[in-house]
Design a protein. Structure first.
Length: 412
């Protein structure tokens, strides 16, 4: 391929990724609004910490069950239709949160909405990521994946800021209704702008067939490292930071706990979104993408150590930036490696498996982290997570060697 043709192909890949990004971004707004609001509502309603953790993890519990099948059907039907369907479903679910406040059935309705949110978000996440991997050739795969992941990462903190501010000023009900409108707008944007890229595979209803990508030891290592990063950030940190802010009395200009939580979580994810774009481009320029993942995990470790010990606002900010930047740096090359190791016909299934185990990590965070932080404190909980990240770093180092020795070419 000539340099001009390669540059043109890379440009087309980026354009496709930018077409996918708006819907993913607006979906993130709806999802991000939940985290600074639901934990406080749960405490005010007298819900047990275990139930609050279950509500926060509910979407990941059901998404674990649906991820593999969603990926398999994306291989055959393409990501556009399922992405649009998921966005429309999320709009209806946000209305369900509002109904929970109006009826007073906080526990049952919140839990039901979070459980239904799981399959809807699976359609969006797996659809968007598979579309990004199919958007272009290997030399632009990391950049395209970075654009879509960055939009997803920026949408979530934007929703946290909106959710925290609107809940603090207008109340929780208006925050949920605005989230419903954002998800509905995202569905319209996806239907209008997202291209219909298909892998050409055929879905299978058997778990063993869908999980067949795990026969490749390189894919197993990618899945393990992704599990660790999701457990650390999407699981433990997102579901417990609001309690740390309240218990350690972090404050800025007298902002409510919900608003403060939304702003700090947004800082975490903005740092991740910025690093995602850098990591995507860097992963396309290096022969070994896994090296970038190693660098990301290495940055997360000091970030978690700071969060475990600090009682100062500047320490909180520094720790969140390090953890967010580290996760963003690690995740994009892992997604790009799935595109390298797996043929286009089964790429949706492979992304579904990657999301499956990432969500297992996300489930363990709220289910175990929320009771632990409320029971024994954040310090021990966060130090334990630091040890898990060190283990993930060791696996990533082995992945570097496997990628260098076992990958003569990258899958188209």
């Amino acid at each position: 391929m000539s340099q001009h043709a390669a540059a043109s192909t890379k440009t087309d890949s980026s354009r496709t990724a930018y077409a996918i990004a708006p819907g993913v971004f607006l979906a993130g707004i709806g999802g991000g609004m939940v985290f600074p609001i639901l934990p406080i509502i749960g405490l005010q309603a007298g819900l047990a910490p275990v139930l609050i953790g279950l509500i926060l993890a509910g979407n990941r519990i059901t998404r674990v069950l649906f991820n593999p099948w969603v990926g398999a059907f994306i291989d055959r039907l393409g990501g556009k239709r399922l992405l649009t369907l998921g966005l429309f479903a999320e709009s209806l679910i946000m209305v369900g949160y509002w109904l929970a406040l109006r009826t007073g059935w906080i526990g049952p309705l919140f839990l039901a909405c979070r459980l239904i949110w799981g399959p809807a978000s699976a359609l969006i996440l797996i659809g968007g990521q598979t579309l990004a991997l199919n958007a272009g050739p290997p030399q632009s795969r990391g950049t395209a994946a970075g654009i879509v992941r960055s939009a997803q990462s920026l949408g979530t903190p934007a929703g946290m800021v909106f959710g925290g501010i609107i809940a603090g000023w207008l109340g929780n009900g208006p925050a949920f209704l605005i989230g419903a409108g954002a998800a509905l707008l995202a569905a319209a944007a996806a239907f209008r702008m997202v291209p219909d890229l298909r892998g050409g595979g055929r879905p299978s209803a058997r778990w063993l067939d869908i999980l067949g990508t795990l026969r490749d030891r390189r894919v197993v290592m990618v899945v393990v490292v992704n599990f660790v990063s999701f457990a650390a950030v999407q699981g433990l940190l997102l579901s417990t930071l609001v309690y740390v802010i309240r218990n350690r009395h972090f404050s800025l200009y007298g902002l409510p706990v919900e608003t403060m939580s939304g702003l700090t979580l947004a800082l975490l994810l903005v740092a991740g979104a910025i690093s995602v774009l850098w990591a995507g481009r860097r992963a396309d320029r290096t022969k070994t993408r896994a090296v970038i993942a190693v660098q990301g995990l290495a940055v997360m470790i000091p970030g978690y150590l700071v969060l475990a010990e600090t009682h100062q606002l500047w320490g909180l900010i520094m720790g969140l930036i390090l953890v967010g930047a580290g996760m963003g740096t690690a995740n994009v090359p892992l997604l790009a490696l799935i595109g390298d190791f797996v043929d286009r016909q089964r790429r949706g299934s492979a992304v579904g498996v990657l999301q499956l185990f990432g969500d297992v990590g996300g489930v363990l965070g709220p289910l175990l982290g929320t009771p632990l932080v409320l029971g024994i404190g954040a310090r021990i909980s966060y130090l334990s997570m630091t040890a898990m990240i060190v283990g993930g770093l060791a696996v990533a180092l082995v992945l570097v060697r496997a990628e260098r020795s076992d990958t003569p070419h990258r899958a188209l």
